[in-house]
Structure formats: C-alpha cells, structure tokens
Design a protein around this ligand. Structure first.
Ligand code: PEP
Ligand code: MN
Length: 356
C-alpha cells in the first residue's frame, strides 16, 4: 500500500523536546479547574501542550457534552498565564472555525470522527489555508486505510504539520483495556509512512489509572512513539468525564521520569511485546472456545447426543492441516495443539454431562 503521506516532513515535531507531552483534563469543566490543572502541569518539566475537550463526543446521550465556545477562552488564559501551547478536539467545520478564531495551536480529531470520511473532508476543507498542527486519532476499529485516508484528506488541503495518535481499538468485552493497543498495527504504519510523528494516548487505551505507566513506557521506550497524550485533572475523582482514567499532574511526573530520552529502538523488546500481545489474544480466544464447549455440553446432554463424534473430529482436523500448510505451520504441531484443545473440550463437556 502506498500513500502520498510518504513525502511527509516531520520537521514541525523536531522543534519540540522529545517526547511531545500533551496533557490536561478530558473535558474543560470550568475556568478554575482548567487553570488549576494547567498551573500544576507547568511545575512538571517536559509538558509542552495543554489539552482539554470543549466539544465531547459521548457514546450515550444525556451525558456531559462539553462547555463549548467559552472553554476556548479558558484555554487562551492557560496560554497567557503558563506559556503552554493549547489544544482541543474538533469534530466539524464550526469547531475548526472557532479554533482558528481563538488561536488554538493544535487541533486533534477524535476516534469517532476519524472513522467518518464526510467529517474528515469537512474538517480538511475548513482548515485549508491555515498552518495548524493537526493530530488524528486512530478510528475505533483497526482500519489502516481509513486512518491514513483521513490524514490524506488533510494533506490534500495543504495541511502539512500532521501527526497520528494511537488510542487503541475497541474490542467487545475486553477484560484488560478500554481500547486494545495494537503495536503490530503501528509497526505497519511506520512501514507505509516512516516519517509521520506518532503519539500514544495511554489514557484512552487503559480506561483506568493502573496500566497507564506501563503503556507509556512501552510506547516511548520500545516503540519510539514521538509523544504522549495523557489526561490529567487536579482532582481526577471529581472529573465530569473519563474520571477513572485521569491522573494527577504529580502522577504524570512519575511516569515521565521513566521515559528514556534519545532511546534507540530495542528490537528484542519490541518482538517480545508483539509476541505477548498475540499470546494474550490466544488465551482470550481459548477461553471463548471453552465457554462454547460448556454450551455444547448442555446441548448434547439435553439431546442425549454422545460427546465424542469422531466423524466431526476427522473433518475439522483435516481442514486445519490444510490451512496450516498454506500458512507455513508444521502439520505435527497443529495436530498436537488441536488434540490438546479437543481433549480439554471433551473433558469440559463430560463434566457438564455428569453434573446434575
Ligand atoms: C478524548 O481525547 O477525550 C477523546 C474523546 O478521545 P477518543 O477520541 O480517543 O475517544
Ligand atoms: Mn477522555
């Protein structure tokens, strides 16, 4: 896959210290909260940009949907009083126009908006003729072409200071992350557009405070992301949106001390993270498979059907041997794995049948 973005120039990003740290509350709530959080952030060296959502794309209606235009005035006060650059999320041309009027330095596009080509086109047209920095979050599902396509729409309208934000991908009933990180996917992006600055948003990946330090380290120290977007609030428990994942500026400071500067890509570690990511998927798929075995056990019990049906087993094992040939996996290995899975499934079904 080729992209016009392979010509992209990353010099805008190289002007800032590594990593570029964008931080502030999920949502601007009131002037005091915005200024208090920003002032605490200025005590931390390494934070370059203040963030606050003014228009909030909420999943469900009747939630807090942002304070609107007045929040742009508060952001300007942040800039005047702290010297931080200011950023907010835009989702349509009206938002873009207001951000231009209020001199917002960096605009970002949220996951739900990136997924809509109409919105991306409208935003790109509204930005034409400006030299804004625009960061595009990944769409909610891992569609590489849709993400790159959104950036290409901006590029076509003359926007050159572009970057991407990895905020993870939604997976139904994911026990660990609000949005699953996908480092494999990022490696593929780097192959297609090697120069594009990529930031990571551990807050929306994790959805909780516990995992944020680890994801920040993986992103910067091993995958060499160019920056971080992390949600902070002077009082996270009282936040009006995404309260579970916001941290205090002090906690952000602890995280930044673990980030290595001028790091080199550590190939061994990267390969291990990629393997771990796949292993976690394997475990979750095995668990889903065994849950279906329980249901099978119940159906067979009710229908008085024998657990072991060698005809079915022969058909599936032949199918998987053929598949494994095409994928370059050894036959013997596939047979061993499926014998194990099958044995465990039979054990589970037998347990259901003898259990009254
Ligand atoms: C946000 O940054 O507050 C936000 C809504 O992010 P996302 O688009 O990643 O959900
Ligand atoms: Mn948020």
């Amino acid at each position: 896959m080729k992209s016009i973005l392979n010509k992209i120039d990353r010099s805008w990003m190289d002007k800032y210290n590594y990593p570029l740290v964008i931080s502030g509350p999920c949502s601007a709530e009131n002037e005091i909260q915005v200024l208090k959080t920003a002032k605490q952030l200025t005590k931390i060296s390494g934070v370059n940009v203040f963030r606050a959502g003014i228009w909030k794309p909420r999943t469900k209606p009747n939630s807090f949907e942002g304070v609107g235009e007045i929040g742009l005035k508060w952001l300007n006060k942040v800039k005047m009083q702290t010297g931080l650059m200011i950023s907010t999320e835009v989702a349509n041309s009206e938002h873009v126009k207001l951000c231009i009027d209020y001199n917002i330095d960096i605009l970002w596009i949220g996951a739900r908006t990136t997924a809509s080509p109409f919105s991306m086109q409208e935003i790109s047209e509204a930005l034409e003729g400006t030299d804004k920095i625009v960061l595009v979050k990944n769409p909610i599902h891992p569609d590489i072409e849709l993400w790159i396509g959104g950036l290409e729409r901006l590029y076509n309208k003359g926007i050159r200071k572009l970057g991407m934000i990895h905020r993870g991908f939604y997976i139904y009933k994911n026990p660990k992350y609000r949005n699953q990180p996908n480092w494999n996917f990022l490696m593929d992006i780097k192959k297609i557009i090697p120069n594009i600055p990529i930031l990571c948003d551990p807050s929306h990946i994790c959805g909780n405070r516990v995992e944020i330090p680890e994801i920040s380290k993986i992103a910067c120290n091993y995958f060499k992301c160019d920056g971080l977007m992390i949600e902070t609030h002077y009082n996270p428990n009282k936040a009006w949106s995404d309260s579970n994942q916001q941290i205090t500026p002090d906690r952000l400071f602890d995280i930044l001390t673990t980030i290595k500067y001028n790091n080199k890509i550590n190939n061994l570690y990267i390969l291990r993270v990629l393997i771990d990511e796949l292993d976690e998927n394997i475990i979750s798929i095995i668990s889903k498979r065994m849950n279906i075995s329980k249901k099978l056990g119940k159906v067979k019990k009710t229908g008085n059907i024998p657990v072991l049906q060698s005809n079915r087993w022969n058909i599936i094992i032949d199918k998987y041997i053929n598949m494994s040939k095409d994928l370059g996996i050894s036959n013997k290995f596939i047979i061993k794995i499926f014998e194990l899975l099958h044995k465990e499934s039979i054990r589970i079904q037998n347990n259901i049948i003898v259990d009254n």
